[in-house]
Design a protein around this ligand. Sequence first.
Ligand SMILES: Cc1cc2nc3c(=O)[nH]c(=O)nc-3n(C[C@H](O)[C@H](O)[C@H](O)COP(=O)(O)OP(=O)(O)OC[C@H]3O[C@@H](n4cnc5c(N)ncnc54)[C@H](O)[C@@H]3O)c2cc1C
Ligand SMILES: *[C@@H]1O[C@H](CO)[C@@H](O)[C@H](O)[C@H]1NC(C)=O
Ligand SMILES: *[C@@H]1O[C@H](CO)[C@@H](O)[C@H](O)[C@H]1NC(C)=O
Ligand SMILES: *[C@@H]1O[C@H](CO)[C@@H](O)[C@H](O)[C@H]1NC(C)=O
Length: 341
Amino acid sequence: MAKIRIAVVGAGVIGLSTAMYISESIPNCCITVIAEKLTPNTTSDVAAGMLIPHVYPDAPIHQQKQWFRETFNYIFAISNSLEASDAGIHLVSGWQIFKTIPDERIPFWADVVLGFRSMTEMELKKFPQHRFGQAFTTLKCDCPPYLLWLEKRLKRNGGQVHAGHIGDLWELHGKYDVVVNCSGLGSRELVGDLKIYPTRGQVLKVHAPWVKHFIRDGDGLTYIYPGIHNITLGGTRLQDDWTLSPDASTSKHIFDRCCFLEPSLQRAQDIKVKVGLRPSRSVVRLQREIWVRGREKLPIVHNYGHGGGGFSVHRGTAKEATQLVKDCIAALEASTSKAKL
Ligand SMILES: Cc1cc2nc3c(=O)[nH]c(=O)nc-3n(C[C@H](O)[C@H](O)[C@H](O)COP(=O)(O)OP(=O)(O)OC[C@H]3O[C@@H](n4cnc5c(N)ncnc54)[C@H](O)[C@@H]3O)c2cc1C
Ligand SMILES: *[C@@H]1O[C@H](CO)[C@@H](O)[C@H](O)[C@H]1NC(C)=O
Ligand SMILES: *[C@@H]1O[C@H](CO)[C@@H](O)[C@H](O)[C@H]1NC(C)=O
Ligand SMILES: *[C@@H]1O[C@H](CO)[C@@H](O)[C@H](O)[C@H]1NC(C)=O
C-alpha cells in the first residue's frame, strides 16, 4: 500500500505533539506540519507550560483527568531521562494558595501530581493574607525549548515542518489523505467555529534565579512559575480581547501582585513582557468529520480549543487525535478495497 499522507495544520504544542504521536504509532505514513507561525512565535511560546489542569466546563472530569495523567506520566518520564535539559523539562515544587477555603479542598488531579498535601501552618506564615493552601510537585515545559525538541524528534521520525498559511482546508485536498486541524484560535476562521474565542494573557518573563518554588493564587490570576532560565510572572485573563500589544499599566499590576507574594522579586532583572491569546472553548474539540464537495471527500480530525491548559493535557489529547486518524485511515482502506471489488 502507498504511504498515507497526513497534514497537520498548526505548530504550537498541540500540532507538534499530535504529529509526533502519529509518527510514533502509525507506520507507513508521511507527516507534514504546516503552520503560519512557528516557534518562537506561537501562543504556546508565551505560555509558562506548567502542568496544572485548567477545567473545561463541558468535558467529563474523568476524561480531563485521563488527559492530564497521560501527559504528566509522559513528561515525568522525560524529566527522568537524559533528554530533560534538551526538552526544557523539569520538576518544580510549590504552593497553590487561597484567601478563602475552596469547596473542593482536594482537586481531581491531586493523585496525579506528586506529594499532594495541605500546607502546614508554618508554610502559610509566608502568605499572611491566605488561609489555606496546597503543596505539591509538578512539571514544567519551558518554551521554546520544548517545542524545538518536539520538532527535532518529529523530523527524526521522518516528519516535515513547513511555514504557510492555509486559507481553506480544501487547499490540502489531493495532496493529503487525512488533515488534522490543530490551528488553535485559527480555527475560528479556518472551520468557522464561533465557539472558540481568545482569552488574552499578559505575562512577564524575568531573571530571578534564587526563586525556586512556584506560587499560584487559587483564582489563577496571579502566579510565579520558575523555569530553567527565567521565571514567568502572571497574569491576566481577558475574554474576547484580541490585542497582542502589551499594556504597561497591566505589567506594573502583575509585577506588584507577584512582589506581594514573593517580595524578593523586586530585585528581578531583565524583565520582558509577552502577550498570548488562549484558544478558549468550553471543551477541546476532538472530532473526526468528512468534508464532502461534489464527489471529493476530505477526512479531517479536529484537535483544538485547549484554552488555558494546553500543556497540561497535550499528550492525552494527541493520543486521542491519533486514534481518530487511525479510524480515518481504516475507513479509507475499507472504501478503496470496496472500489477494487
Ligand atoms: C499567558 C499564557 C500562559 C499560559 N500558561 C499555561 C500553562 O502554564 N500551562 C498550560 O497548560 N497552558 C498554558 N497556557 C495555554 C496554552 O498556551 C495553550 O493552551 C496552548 O498553547 C494551545 O496550543 P495550540 O497548539 O492549540 O495553539 P497555538 O500555540 O496558538 O498554535 C496554533 C498554530 O496554528 C497555526 N495556525 C492557525 N491558523 C492557521 C492557518 N489558517 N494556517 C496555518 N496555520 C495556522 C498557528 O500559526 C500556530 O502554529 C497559557 C497561555 C497563555 C496565553
Ligand atoms: C518569528 O517572528 C520574527 C518577527 O516577526 C521573525 O523575524 C522570525 O523569522 C520568526 N521566526 C520564525 C521561526 O518564523
Ligand atoms: C480548523 O477547524 C476550524 C473549526 O472547525 C476551522 O474554522 C478551520 O478552518 C480549520 N482549519 C483548517 C486549516 O482547516
Ligand atoms: C530567558 O533566558 C534565556 C536564556 O538564559 C535568555 O536568553 C532570555 O533573554 C531570558 N529572557 C526571556 C524573556 O526569555
